[in-house]
Design a protein. Sequence first.
Length: 328
Amino acid sequence: MKKVCFLLPEGQVKPSSLFGAIEVFEKANEFLAEKGRSRFYELTLIGSGISQSLLNAQFVVQPDRHNLKTLQPDIIIIPGLYEQDHYALEKNQTLINWMVQRYAQGTELASMCTGAFLLAATGLLKNEECSTHWRAGQSFAAMFPDVHLRTDKIITEVNGIYTAGGAQSSLNLILYLVEKYNGRAAALYCAKILQIDIERNSQSPFIFFEGYKKHEDDVIRRSQVYIEKNIDERITVEFLASQSAMSKRSFIRRFKKATQHVPIEYIQKVKMESAKRELEQNRKNVNEVMYAVGYTDRKAFRNMFKKVTGLSPVDYRAKYSQLSTSNS
């Protein structure tokens, strides 16, 4: 039997990832029971206190265990947290130290959604890949610059440490663990019963790019605004650098320091974000959308769009158009 402990840290826990993950493990136990096998997962809620608030304190749950000294789980799972700042991590330093100790003794660790902040605070992800919800990406990158953040990925795994993207994407991580421990048939059973897309492996289609402007560099912020207001133009890094009275090298270095992106990547993401909105909200054909965001080469546009979103422009429109097909 595998002892799975769901960690309830200090702060507000997101219930969707917590209860959804518990249900996947229970369905795996159900599958095994139907095959005449014993329950594989022993599930426990653990925390440093006697109660834990959920969903802006509208609900409260009680951990099964809050004396953690003798507890040695096989895997610790951290659900998503509303608080994502240094103060929240300081409040949980005891739990962070406990996870580091248990990992050294062979316990695996997994985070769901913004639980990655607490996991990264252990230092065990230094120079390693990690995923979290894409909207928390900029805050995460600022707090943990030595972690290789991959908000495009649904799941990462390294040395017995797992991370997952947003709340619903976290269910894919639990399916991944069920498949790893119990086989493909068990994971497929859980996916079918709970109607989870087991093959989903990227957050990219769900991301909308918001250029980071909460920095103190007014010169770079002006360049960001220029890019966003001139999407239909072919904007070069050389042009932006000259506008800012800087060398290209200095501009790139300063732009990345302020925005966490190199300029060319920022330009491409802004353009692709505009293209996504065009495909969602109107009936322009792909060429018209391409020209509207400053591209003239259809292949180059399609390749960049797919690189950013994981889908072709046609497939993206089919999946995310906000227009009723009955009116076409």
